[in-house]
Design a protein around this ligand. Structure first.
Ligand SMILES: [Zn+2]
Length: 388
């Protein structure tokens, strides 16, 4: 238990002196010193940059700056896996959360789960090889999928959302291929975690992360903790009614936000006026070039997103709304109408205090959030290894 307290304290506060550690762990200074020596010998703790002379094992003298200690960032690693509709992304992060490898491959994920697992396994092996990391240095893998995950069964609610994945058990499949624990979560939930751990939402405890990609989903963090709802389906703002006369959605309802404001829906509007196929990258180019139709379509999508979010803002009163996914690259053309609609349709005290911002991690938010899921549990995993 004492080892866990020291490791947790250093995980939360890198560059701590022995006095900081005694204060943060409520352990005596003598106990802290003994544990620190043990953990330095085990290769888990080292003297951090900017600290006084004397080495991690020695105590600083009077008048010298204290020796500052940190976890050895390369002592263990966490994997992030992000299965999008059309790609698989793998990040290998050290204990400080720094991605040492971040690799990406296009894949037809929606219709071919088993090929997707094989490809992810291949990407992981390549990542370990290029980083020179041994498989036994891995603490586990976080895995994101674009579907709601049932919290109790760990199964996907794939019907209508991920064709071809019904009855598939993704965490078990990846565990069998990688030989490490795999934690599965919805991709938007992981985007929220990623932006909170490493990006635009650092230090924010009440936030909504909305992901505007092939699908639309939201990840919620309430009071510092991810909120998944009773069955794990919380945050499906993409399937909130936006236009009662809109098209039938893949979920079976009519006029969901996703049918109006996903990048695919926006691109389809332009295909009609431009009379040729418009990919999402092309849509973003048109916006950047100042094409009036493209800017208009994106702005109206932003307004629809903001209207739906105003309901979320009224109910949850978040401090921050982080906008991620492909469409976020449109910048203020998208963000201003979202912020305006929230301002106009939310109750005044909630509207006055919420900020709307673009994500900082771009397409890496989900994969880094997946790694963060494992890193959050790393102190316990490190202590368990010491005991072995
Ligand atoms: Zn829907």
């Amino acid at each position: 238990m004492s080892r866990l307290r020291v490791i947790e304290a250093l995980y939360r506060h890198p560059l701590s002196s022995r006095s900081d550690l005694a204060r943060n762990t409520q352990l005596s200074r003598a106990t802290v010193s003994t544990l620190v020596e043990e953990l330095v010998r085990a290769g888990l703790i080292e003297q951090g940059a900017g600290s006084g002379p004397g080495g991690a094992g020695a105590e600083a003298g009077v008048g010298r700056p204290p020796v500052l200690l940190s976890l050895v960032s390369g002592a263990a690693f966490a994997l992030g896996l992000d299965f999008g509709h059309e790609h698989i992304r793998v990040a290998l992060c050290d204990l400080s959360g720094e991605p040492v490898i971040d690799d990406y491959s296009l894949a037809e994920v929606d219709y071919s789960p088993s090929e997707s697992f094989d490809l992810a396994q291949h990407l992981v092996h390549e990542a370990l090889h290029s980083a020179g990391v041994a498989p036994d240095q891995l603490l586990g893998a976080g895995m994101g999928l674009a579907a709601p995950i049932n919290k109790t069964s760990g199964n996907l609610e794939a019907n209508g959302i991920l064709p071809g994945w019904h009855g598939v058990r993704p965490a078990a499949e990846m565990e069998a291929r990688l030989g490490i624990p795999v934690a599965l979560d919805n991709d938007a939930n992981l985007g929220a975690l990623g932006e909170k751990a490493f990006g635009a939402a650092r230090g924010v405890d009440d936030l909504v992360y909305i992901r505007l990609s092939a699908g639309i989903g939201a990840g919620l963090i309430i009071d510092g903790r991810p909120y998944q709802g009773f069955a794990g389906v919380a945050g499906e703002v993409g399937h909130v009614l936006s236009d009662p006369h809109g098209p039938i959605c893949r979920c079976g309802n009519r006029g969901c936000l996703e049918t109006v404001a996903s990048p695919v829906a926006v691109a389809a509007l332009l295909e009609r006026s431009l009379r040729r196929p418009v990919t999402i990258p092309r849509l973003l180019e048109l916006v950047a070039e100042g094409d009036r139709g493209a800017q208009r379509a994106v702005a109206e999508a932003g307004e629809a997103v903001g209207r739906s979010l105003s309901i979320v803002v009224n109910i949850l009163n978040p401090e921050l709304v982080v906008v991620g996914g492909d469409l976020a690259q449109a910048g203020d053309i998208l963000l201003s109408p979202i912020a305006d609609a929230i301002e106009r349709h939310s109750v005044a005290p909630a509207a006055a205090t919420v900020r709307v911002t673009a994500g900082m991690l771009g397409p890496r938010a989900e994969v880094l959030g997946a790694a963060a899921l494992i890193l959050a549990k790393s102190p316990r995993a490190l202590v368990a290894r010491l005991g072995a």
